[in-house]
Structure formats: C-alpha cells, structure tokens
Design a protein around this ligand. Sequence first.
Ligand SMILES: Cc1cc2nc3c(=O)[nH]c(=O)nc-3n(C[C@H](O)[C@H](O)[C@H](O)COP(=O)(O)OP(=O)(O)OC[C@H]3O[C@@H](n4cnc5c(N)ncnc54)[C@H](O)[C@@H]3O)c2cc1C
Length: 494
Amino acid sequence: MMLARHHHRLLAARSLAALSRPNRLHMSYFHQWEKLPGEGREPRKGVERVLGAIRAERFSAAHPVSGAVEDSFDAVVVGGGIVGLATAREFLKRYPDKTVAVLEKEGEVAPHQTGHNSGVIHAGLYYTPGTRMAYTCVHGAELMYKYCDEHDLPAERCGKLIVATNESEHPQVEKLYKQGTANGVQGLEIVSGEKVREMEPNIHAYSALHSPNTGITNYWLVAQRMAQEIRESGRGDIKLSYEASEFTKTKDNRVRIRGVEPRQKGPNVDVVAGHVITCGGFYSDYLAKRAGGNPHKDRVTTFRGTYYQLKTEYRSAVKRNIYPVPSGGGIPVGVHLSPTVDVRRGHEMIVGPGACITFSREGYEFFDFKLADVLDNFSNPALYAFVLKNMGLSFGELYRDLNKKAFIKQAQRYIPDLTLDMVEPSYAGVMSQVFEPGGIAAGDYILERKCMDGLVLNLRNAPSPAATASLAIAEMVCDTAAEDFGWPKSQKNQ
Ligand SMILES: Cc1cc2nc3c(=O)[nH]c(=O)nc-3n(C[C@H](O)[C@H](O)[C@H](O)COP(=O)(O)OP(=O)(O)OC[C@H]3O[C@@H](n4cnc5c(N)ncnc54)[C@H](O)[C@@H]3O)c2cc1C
C-alpha cells in the first residue's frame, strides 16, 4: 500500500517536472529519485547551530519540483557589513513577527570596510552640527559601548588627543572643540603642549584637544556577533557568497533578487522580499543602480588606507589615540596612532591610514586594477573636480602609499623620535566616499528613497564614522523604511 502511494507520488512528480520543462528532457530516459539525499529530513541541530534555525529548516526542505528555489522574507537587507547587519538586527527587534535575510557577496560577513578599519569609536568631533552624521556618531558611540558591554566584546575608552604641532594649527583645535561641544560630546578639553607631554611623553604638541570618551573596539567581531544574533532569532537568515545581481518587481508587488556566487556563472538563486534595503558600502552606487536607483548621482570613489604598526617592543610608546588636526580635502582624518583590540590582529599600535585613490573597488594593494572600476572613475565629473581641487593631496597620497619614508614622515610631525626601523607593514582597508558635484566630499549619509515604485531604500553614502554609528544608523534607516514602506512603528523596542 505504502509502496503504491510512493510510486503514485513519484509518477506525479515526474509528470509535473516534465510539464514545467517542455521539450527539454525526455524525463522517462532518466532514473529519477523523488528526493535527493538529505531532502525532506528533520532539520539537523548541528546545521541550526552553525547556520541558524531558518537555514536548518530550508536546508532539509525538499527542492520544489517546479525547479524554482525561492526563499521569501518580509524584508531583505543587501550587504553584510556592520551597517546592513545592524539594520537587519534593528528590524527584527522592532517587528517580532517578521522575517529578514541579509545577502552578502563574500564568504563571511564584514569582509570589507567593517573588517579593515582603525577600530576607533569616534566621539563625534568632526561632523557639522545638525547633520545626521553628527547625531548618529554621538548617539551611536554610546550604543556601541553598551552593545560591547552587553555582549562581552572588547571596547576601551582609551581617549584621544588631536594635536596641533604649531601655533598655526591651534585654531583647528579650537574649531573641533566648539564643534564637538555643539554635537554634545562630553568631557572635551583643550590642553597645552606641556600637559600633552605629561600625558604622552613621546608626543610633541603646541596644544591638543583631549577627548576622553573616544575609544576602540573590533568592528569585525561586533559584526560577527550581530550576524549570530540574527541567526539565533530564528527569523533571520544570512546568505553568504550571494551577490545580488538583479532586482525585479513581481506581479504581487514584491522584489525578486537574483543572486549568484561572485566570479561564478551560476547557479542563480532567487530571494523574494516584501521590501529591500541596500547597504552596499563601496558598492552602494553599483547596487543602487541595479535596485532602481539613480545611476548618475552619488557615485562612489574608493581610497586605500594603508597601515603600518609599531614593532612589538615599541607598541607602548603611546597609550591612546593620537591624531593630527584634519588635513583638509574632506577625506582623511590624517595618519594617526591607534591602539587595537583586534581578535585577528591582536593588541597593536597602528600607524595610518593613508588615503590613496584605488584602481579597483577592492584595491587593497597599489597594483590591484579592474578596468570597469577605472572607467567608472574616469566618467565621474565629481571625482575630476575633487582631484583638480586637491592635486597635491591626491598625488601625494599615491606617492606616500608606495614610500614608507614619506608615509611615516606624517606621523613624525607629532612623534619626532619615530624611526623607520620601529615600524613594520600592517593591513590595508578600502574606504568609500561619495563626492558631490564640484568635488566636495559628501558630509552626510545619503538615503535614496522609494526606488522601484516604493519597494526599495538605498543607503548610498556611509563613510567613517559609520562603524561607530552603525547602531544609530540602523535606527535612522528603520525609521525611514517605516515611513516609506508603511511599516508600523508601534512594535518598536519590543
Ligand atoms: C581604512 C579605514 C579606516 C576606518 N576607520 C574607522 C574608524 O576608526 N571608526 C569608524 O567608525 N569607521 C571607520 N571607517 C569607516 C567604517 O569602516 C565604514 O564606514 C563602515 O564599516 C561601513 O560599513 P558598511 O556596512 O556600510 O560597509 P562594508 O563593511 O563595506 O559592507 C558592505 C557590504 O556589502 C557587500 N555587498 C556589496 N555589494 C553587494 C551585492 N551586490 N550583493 C551582496 N552584498 C554586497 C560587500 O561585500 C560588503 O561586505 C574606516 C574605514 C576604512 C576603510
């Protein structure tokens, strides 16, 4: 009896499959199994532990006979950096009945900017009062300290000195003091050169701004924990090696996102979302273009930030973050010294980063070259304007990226006894920056709203301090999404 029913189901499955693929295969020539090994089994606890409940369920589910593999979620966040992950986490927190998936192109979360930065929890000094950047940095820094505390992750309020090396730089210290105070940064103090020497005997300064609440953490680790929280919720999925390559609107007013493993031709896997938020870091413009955004506006330029680090025996030459006053151009905050609490790279004192324009979006090394990215740069008038305005800075950075002596010279201005043999090479990160017409670095986050007939929200500019601010950016993005997508706000903070 059982066998007859099984046989009947098998025949039905075969004829359905034949119907759905007319003239392509003579199915009867093939020996077909109803299920492939593992299909339709009970979800395995081991898979759940590694990949989360949703994955364990789907991994065991039978492949639909129609041939379409399709996962469906209330919301999909594209980009598994700290901003995308924080956004998905905030969404789950606000909407206890809804599901979310994060799509990440690479084989792990946080592989790009989030995994390769200075690790500084910025206090909020550099940003124009009243901007979203200023608000989210100050608020986000407190949220970040709290998050690290609650999840027992390393975070140290080690403080920071922004040093003027001579009298002519002192007005910058005063400007930052006023700006920081207007932004609500606590504990700021202008200190004399003598006081700096007491605090940091190896630092030469005319004066400095002391920010005791600036700190350090490991954003890569924070992002891993956020991903874990999303998986553990049972309502969230993280899809890795999933490059969102095509967005189409379905008949029932949802978005189908076609994904493929990067640098591979297939298989294509589809995810269907009620709504989509893209947080693509230095691919945010490419991604927005695919997701119904404006292809001509808010284009990204990438800069490589190379680091050196003090050799082990010199690591404790300074105790806290030491920054120069900003050098202008809107891009670098300057080559600084920062202690790290990095699970992969350890407790080091890094020196950097530079800000050298790259010839590939993933230009971690000087000679990394991708024709499509270079052509994109060449066709970006805002970038020409930036380079023309900042000729010395742009070519200087190219030179310093290749020349250790010139690179370290920048730090020697405030740590004069630093010699070349005291430092060794360290990692590099690639930073994303949108330039506005006229070549001015966009000084705030850019949200492109109501794309694809109101189904998509694109976050298009999230440069530093977006790691510090990620938890606050997530609140801002979810507030905007609620407005645009008609989501209720009432379930917030449940
Ligand atoms: C050298 C350097 C130093 C910095 N220092 C600091 C600092 O000290 N403090 C601070 O707060 N900030 C710092 N920043 C800035 C901070 O790291 C970034 O602003 C932040 O990490 C941005 O996070 P994100 O999620 O937007 O981007 P990312 O971390 O770059 O994540 C975006 C993700 O989207 C994925 N993606 C892109 N396209 C697709 C697609 N089509 N399909 C699927 N996935 C896709 C990418 O693979 C990537 O993982 C620094 C940045 C750099 C580079």
